[in-house]
Design a protein around this ligand. Structure first.
Ligand SMILES: NC(=O)c1ccc[n+]([C@@H]2O[C@H](COP(=O)([O-])OP(=O)(O)OC[C@H]3O[C@@H](n4cnc5c(N)ncnc54)[C@H](OP(=O)(O)O)[C@@H]3O)[C@@H](O)[C@H]2O)c1
Length: 260
C-alpha cells in the first residue's frame, strides 16, 4: 500500500506519543484511549506519566524520557516493537519561549532547537526505521501555524516549526512508496502551559481537548496536513503568497508596531 493511504488503527499495534504529560499531548493521550489505542506516553515528568497510566486501565504505558537523549528514544521504540509493534508515532514534545530580538539569546535558541527539532529527529529516526522495516506505520510531527511565516517573538520557535514542515514534506517522497505515512500537525493557539506566557489576546484560542479531537480525527483521514482552527490557519497560510517585504510591512501595521 502507498503510505499516503495508510490509516493507523489500534489493531495494527501500539501508539507512541511524546510530550504526553500536559497540554495537547495529555488530551491526545486521553482521546486515543477512548478510541481503543494502547499508548506509550513519553515526557520527562515520570510522576505525571505514572498518574495518567494508573487511571487508564492499562491503555497508557509510561515510557519516561528526555527527547534530547537519542539513546533513550531508540530504547523506547525498541520496547514498543518488542511488545506489540509501533503503528503510530506522534512526536509532540516541544517548548516555546517568546523571544523579542533584544532578548534573543544563544541559550534560548538552542533550547528550541534541541527539543523541538533535534528532539523530534531523535524519536523520528528509530520510529521511521522500525516502520520502514515492516513497510507500514504512521509518523506524525507536531509543528505549528507559526511555521508558515515568521511571527513576532517567534524567531527560534518558528524556525524549528518551519523546519519540521519542510522535513515532513521531504520525507513523504521516500516514505510513501515504502508503505509508511508521514503527517504534519499544525495547530493554532491552544490554551496550555506553553501559551500561558503570552501577553496578548490569542486569536481563535482552542482548548486542548478540542485540539486533541482535531488531531486524532485528522489521523483517521488521509490528510497530509492536519491544521486548525481552519480560518486562522487559512489566513496565516495565505500570507505565504505575499513577498516578505509586503508581509512584514502589513504585519507591523496590523499589530500597531509602527508606533514603537
Ligand atoms: N499550545 C499551542 O498553542 C500550540 C500551538 C501550536 C503547536 N503547539 C505544539 O504542540 C506541542 C505541545 O505543546 P503544548 O502547548 O501542549 O505544551 P505544554 O503543555 O507545555 O507541553 C509540552 C510537553 O512537552 C514535554 N517536553 C518538553 N520538553 C521535553 C523534553 N526535553 N523531553 C521530553 N518531553 C518534553 C513536556 O513534558 P515534561 O516537561 O514533563 O518533559 C510536556 O508534556 C509542542 O510541540 C508545541 O510547540 C502548541
Amino acid at each position: 500500500m502507498n503510505g499516503a493511504d495508510y490509516i493507523p488503527r489500534p489493531g495494527h499495534g501500539a501508539a507512541w506519543l511524546t510530550g504526553a504529560s500536559s497540554g495537547i499531548g495529555k488530551a491526545v493521550a486521553a482521546r486515543m484511549v477512548e478510541d481503543g489505542w494502547t499508548v506509550y506516553i513519553t515526557a520527562r515528568s515520570e510522576d505525571k506519566l505514572n498518574e495518567m497510566a494508573a487511571g487508564s486501565g492499562g491503555k497508557l504505558i509510561a515510557a519516561p524520557g528526555d527527547v534530547t537523549d537519542p539513546e533513550a528514544m531508540k530504547a523506547i521504540v525498541e520496547r514498543i516493537d518488542a511488545a506489540e509493534g509501533l503503528a503510530l508515532a506522534i512526536l509532540n514534545a516541544g517548548v516555546y519561549i517568546p523571544l523579542p530580538a533584544s532578548e534573543f539569546t544563544v541559550e534560548d535558541a538552542k533550547k528550541h532547537f534541541d527539543v523541538n527539532l533535534q528532539g523530534v529527529v531523535n524519536g523520528l529516526v528509530p520510529a521511521m526505521q522500525s516502520m520502514l522495516a515492516r513497510k507500514t506505520g504512521c509518523l506524525a510531527l507536531v509543528s505549528s501555524v507559526a511555521g508558515y511565516r515568521g511571527l513576532p517573538k517567534s524567531g527560534a520557535y518558528g524556525a524549528t516549526k518551519a523546519a519540521l514542515i519542510n522535513m515532513a514534506e521531504a520525507l513523504a517522497f521516500n516514505l510513501y512508496p515504502e508503505g509508511v505515512r508521514i503527517s504534519l500537525i499544525c495547530p493554532g493557539f491552544v490554551e496550555t502551559d506553553a501559551t500561558a506566557v503570552n501577553d496578548f489576546d490569542m486569536p481563535f484560542l482552542m482548548q486542548p481537548n478540542e485540539a486533541a479531537d482535531r488531531i486524532v480525527d485528522g489521523l483517521k483521514t488521509k490528510k497530509f496536513e492536519i491544521t486548525f482552527p481552519r480560518r486562522f490557519s487559512f489566513m496565516l497560510k495565505s500570507f505565504r503568497l505575499l513577498p516578505a517585504k509586503t508581509y512584514i510591512w502589513l504585519g507591523r501595521k496590523a499589530l500597531g508596531m509602527d508606533k514603537e
